[in-house]
Design a protein around this ligand. Structure first.
Ligand code: FES
Ligand SMILES: [Fe+2]
Length: 376
């Protein structure tokens, strides 16, 4: 697997780009058929052959901080229930009672057990069917076979990955050297929101910095650079680096001592296919893009604090300011995504062309196509 650059190499490569007015470039242009953003058949294939068969980050580990913590959400149209057991293990189940199928939990919270609201069948945190009211009405019921239906789940790098159907190993393609989300990170808030755009339009918007000056003229551009990014690939995933101009202060620090954090650059980790983990000045954000239809997406957002950050006193002020900054830029990206979605109906384009500054988009769409074609 391709490994990510270490921090001193990241800084050096950014300085080289600043000095030479260059940026990372992909090999060639890619033409993506517009029909792939519009066709319900295509979305069905993406769900069946990619989103259900690939290890997908469902939520951050920090969303399940203690025994009984749970998160219920859909992934590729399947209602799932993630819960941390008393043994500390995070498990994921199909979110339906084994009696007559009622969903057992909604949203998130903390439970001692899952009691079905309909007739009271009760499941333990590790999914066993523990209690059936008036059980004598079910002669021969094999309770041991009627536990919640598990989905393959693995906890790695501060995230909980699920794979609904084989064959891809749930632990593929993550680099273990640095967890994406530091251990002991705390969940500050979570939310969900529906956006009227195809899920891939929303993912695409995170994968290049060619739009920094045009789209983010008064937000990111004054403090970052236009079209100056590192684009790294690991497995089917990406890390896009967006440096802040403040990285210049590291010029005077010996290379081995250059420590980096969210104040000198933003890392956007794209975890194939539909999740972004973003390191912001004062926090980390995970966004999962769950397609509902070809033109509607539910976005699940989680905001986490790194353990070293303080969110009191002056720290709280900085956190607030950083959140507003990220929020303002994010709104600009969403506005563009909505405009692309509306533009699809124009029929103006057969294909979109991704240029060499947009190499991660090319790799993303090529990877999707390979999985759909059964090539990998
Ligand atoms: S549907 Fe859950 S107990 Fe009947
Ligand atoms: Fe943007």
């Amino acid at each position: 697997m391709d490994r990510l650059l270490d921090n001193p190499s990241v800084v050096q490569r950014i300085f080289d780009h600043i000095d030479h007015k260059t940026t990372d470039m992909g090999e060639e242009c890619w033409r993506e058929p517009v029909a792939h953003y519009r066709s319900p058949e295509r979305l069905d294939l993406e769900r069946a052959l990619v989103l259900r068969r690939y290890p997908i980050p469902l939520c951050p580990s920090a969303a399940l901080p203690e025994a009984g913590s749970y998160v219920a959400r859909e992934a590729a149209g399947t209602p799932l229930l993630a819960v941390r057991g008393r043994d500390g293990v995070a498990r994921v189940f199909r979110n339906a009672c084994r009696h007559r199928g009622t969903q057992l939990a909604e949203g998130s919270g903390c439970a001692k057990a899952f009691v079905c609201r309909y007739h009271g069948w009760t499941y333990t945190l590790d999914g066993l069917l523990h209690h059936v009211p008036h059980e004598h009405g079910f002669p021969g019921l094999e309770k041991a076979l009627l536990g919640l239906v598990p989905v393959e789940a693995v906890e790695r790098g501060g995230l909980i990955f699920v794979t609904q159907e084989g064959p891809h190993a749930a632990d593929a393609e993550l680099d273990d050297r640095d967890p994406l989300i530091p251990p002991h990170a705390k969940l500050i808030e979570s939310h969900e929101q529906e956006t009227a755009a195809n899920w891939k339009i929303l993912v695409d918007s995170f994968l290049e910095g060619y739009h920094t000056r045009s789209t983010h003229r008064d937000t990111f551009y004054p403090v970052q650079y236009d079209n100056l990014n590192l684009v790294e690939t690991f497995g089917r995933n990406h890390r896009i680096t967006f440096p802040f101009r403040s990285i210049e202060k590291l010029r005077h620090v010996p290379p081995a001592e250059r420590s980096i954090d969210g104040r000198v650059l933003t890392y956007v980790y794209h975890l194939f296919p539909n999740v972004a983990v973003i390191t912001l000045p004062e926090h980390i954000r995970m966004l999962a893009f769950e397609p509902l239809t070809v033109d509607r997406t539910r976005v699940f957002g989680y905001t986490l604090s790194a353990p070293s950050r303080r969110h009191e006193g002056q720290g709280a002020v900085e956190f607030e300011r950083a959140s507003e900054f990220a929020e303002a830029g994010g709104k600009e990206d969403t506005a563009v995504s909505l405009a692309i979605q509306r533009g699809l109906a124009s029929g103006a384009n057969e294909c979109f062309v991704f240029g060499r500054f947009e190499g991660a988009l090319a790799h993303f769409h090529r990877s999707l196509q390979e999985l759909i074609d059964g090539l990998s």
